[in-house]
Design a protein around this ligand. Sequence first.
Ligand code: URA
Length: 237
Amino acid sequence: MKELMRLDKYLADMGVGTRSEVKVIIKKRRVQVNNEVVVDPNRKIIIGSDLVCFDGRDITYVQYEYYMLNKPAGVLSATEDKHTKTVIDLITTSKRKDLFPVGRLDKDTEGLLLITNDGDLAHSLLSPKKHVDKEYYAKVEGVVTNEDVEAFEKGLQVDEDFLAMPAKLNILSQGELSEITLIIQEGKFHQVKRMFEAVGKKVVYLKRLSMGTLKLDESLKPGEYRMVTDEELVLLK
Ligand code: URA
């Protein structure tokens, strides 16, 4: 089925201007569809078939955008918030209004967050049925032991209502502050922190390293992002 879209939305989505700026631009006869000037912002465009030009430049519609963000601490995994900066506020090069984070990281958690407007991909990555691996790195107060590894492996009773699925705990260093990586397939609220609480330990630093096949690009500093590559996207889908 061919997808139809209003001309003003088409141009606004592609960053030509806000919806109202775009309406003015159209009225000023600066936009052509299939080589004819169009003055009606409501004109329906057949995506992928109609040729849209603005000041003589072809404007191709890109339906989905995908960004890999290294989420910094102190920023909310939400689309908007009156008081606190959100992960969407960090994606400054996109004008799209429909971007959202795929899943949530706590305000104090850092690391990989996929930002997109592709609801189907988000759904398949977040669906509990799909068992998508999520790998975290953490610093944990207290000595993380091999018993913890076994308990996590068996499936940990986190609290009365929550029995975690088997998880792969890997100890990187043991001490007053232990370093670990953990692979889980669920994404319950505060899951990693709650799993360590259940074995009497406290997560003091948490960073997500990967989600499915998508791995955090370690050259991204906290707060930085880049577009997901075609190769990464093919693997992810
Ligand atoms: N588990 C947590 O406890 N917090 C996160 O942000 C992600 C997983």
